[in-house]
Design a protein around this ligand. Structure first.
Ligand SMILES: [Zn+2]
Length: 507
């Protein structure tokens, strides 16, 4: 609705009338447009009222308006999950700013309505001699529940802006305790990779979760321990030294498990109304007491952003994503705060070292280089400024969005006869002719990535259908650059339109 004189307008950037929302947290982004300076409205806030169609439930929210007229409103529909089971609920949204009002209607779909069995389950791992009180465990589980809902919203938001609708994962249930017979001391001794291997095996062999092949797990190790006194004694507060004194910690995803340490949950919100304050917190981290992982921002807000961004990143690996130079799967995961905040200043954080994602669960551990330094190109402050201005710096590159959009855990189904087409055995590489083939009828190639063996960094990627006049491509000849890369420690990741994926040429 436009004001009487057409001067003032409320625009929604990421929501349309009638849109279906399947995630409990919804971020609404929009702008106030003022066409004339004269009689400018000086109000600093926009108000939103969300009402259930039958008027049995209501929500009141407000957001500041940024210098450029931007606003962001985060809505929590979690209560609708509790009250109702299998249903779609019409919600009426009423935005008010100065003398103007804009209305919009959306449909909220409860997770019971969504019939998928492909879901994400969060676990909180406790050791047999763990000292934490039930209240501490409960607090951490509540933080995990809230923040996995937030990450779910981020995925929906990112895929919508990539043109794939609000696809995101479905949560199976609240965080469950996973008791291991290991002692804390045994956990503290293990490297990140062996923790991942060990817990992946334990979860798969457990009576509760063993048979659940349609669940992926996001697990937090409860006993992660930081020796701040030892760090203080050395006087070396670098991330490397902090990490060295952090035991039982991981931030590693792959296969069916993304594994994290619980040491950084201190900076995470437990309740919905604490989210903005946590992102905005400038409180400095006392490195003698608490570990810091904030890409050197050293604030609670920085720790929250980096470690929540790491959850988005590692969950991405469990959905087959490789690394990219920029965006969530590369240097961009520190910036998740910018998705939710307005009036962001340009942050020029150091480029990261891209780490090897967790391997597919195997009994042998193959010796591989652990870290690979990415080459720093021309990433100037100005470049960062433009990048952050246009897309918050937190985004999935197109190749990543394609992989997610074709994933079963993101609700992707390929017609009624999906089963017969999901066989990845029919994806082949013809080394003589240098081409990738899909031999299943009706299942053309969708994406081909050339990834580094060392750190899964995507060097080249191709989307066959968009480059050709023909819509369905079953045979793709690799360009020279790709063939050359395959000679030099790279492999292929191939995705078909039915969502079948396969890694080829993994020497
Ligand atoms: Zn990674």
């Amino acid at each position: 609705m436009i004001s009487d004189d057409g001067v003032l307008q409320i625009e929604l950037d990421n929501l349309e009338n009638g849109e279906i929302i399947k995630h409990t947290l919804l971020l609404i982004k929009g702008h106030i447009r003022q066409k004339r300076q004269a009689n400018k409205c000086r109000e600093q806030q926009i108000y939103l009222q969300v009402k259930r169609g039958d008027a049995t439930w209501e929500l009141q929210l407000q957001s500041n308006i940024s210098r450029t007229g931007q606003f962001k409103l985060l809505c929590d529909f979690g209560q609708l999950e509790v009250e109702t089971a299998n249903t779609r609920i019409p919600l009426q949204l009423k935005f008010s700013y100065c003398n103007i009002v804009r209305q919009c209607e959306i449909l909220y779909e409860t997770s019971a309505y969504c019939k998928t069995d492909y879901r994400l389950q969060s676990l909180y791992i406790t050791c047999c001699n763990q000292q934490s009180t039930p209240a501490q465990v409960l607090e951490n589980c509540e933080k995990i529940n809230l923040n996995l809902r937030l990450v779910q919203c981020v995925y929906a938001e990112q895929l919508r802006s990539a043109g794939y609708g609000r696809s995101t994962y479905t949560l199976n249930s609240d965080c469950k305790i996973f008791e291991t017979r290991l002692t804390c001391e045994e956990v503290w001794e293990q490297s990140e990779e062996s923790l991942w291997q060990n817990f992946a095996k334990k979860i798969l062999n457990s009576t509760t979760w063993g048979g659940e092949d349609k669940l992926k797990f996001v697990a937090f190790i409860g006993c992660t321990k930081y020796d701040g006194a030892a760090v203080a004694a050395t006087g070396d507060f670098s991330y490397t030294n902090i990490r060295k004194h952090l035991k039982g910690h991981a931030a590693l995803g792959g296969g069916g498990l993304a594994l994290f340490g619980a040491a950084y949950l201190y900076a995470w919100p437990q309740r919905f109304n604490e989210i903005n304050a946590c992102f905005g917190s400038n409180k400095l981290v006392d490195l003698t007491q608490l570990p810091d992982d904030s890409n050197y921002r050293r604030t609670y807000g920085g720790v929250y952003a980096t470690t929540l961004g790491a959850v988005v990143h590692e969950i991405g690996h469990t959905f087959d994503l490789g690394h990219t130079k920029d965006g969530v799967m590369g240097n961009g995961f520190d910036y998740i705060n910018r998705v939710f905040t307005i009036d962001n200043l340009t942050e020029n954080l150091p480029e990261r070292v891209i780490q090897l994602p967790a391997p597919i669960l195997s009994t042998q551990t193959v010796a591989r280089p652990r870290f690979t330094q990415l080459k720093r190109t021309t990433n100037t402050f100005l470049e960062k400024y433009h990048e952050q201005k246009t897309n918050d710096s937190f985004y999935f590159t197109r190749n990543c969005a394609i992989i997610l959009a074709h994933n079963k855990w993101f609700g992707y189904t390929h017609g009624g006869d999906a089963v017969q087409h999901t066989d990845s055995a029919l994806i082949k590489y013809d080394s003589i002719n240098g081409c990738v083939l899909s031999e299943a009828h009706g299942n053309p190639l969708c994406l081909i990535e050339v990834r580094s063996v060392d750190n899964s960094l995507v060097k080249y990627w191709y989307e066959p259908q968009s480059n050709q006049e023909c819509d369905e491509i079953y045979k793709f000849h690799l360009p020279k650059e790709a063939l050359q890369a395959l000679e030099e420690h790279h492999y292929l990741f191939v995705l078909t339109r039915s969502g079948a994926a396969k890694r080829l040429c993994e020497h």
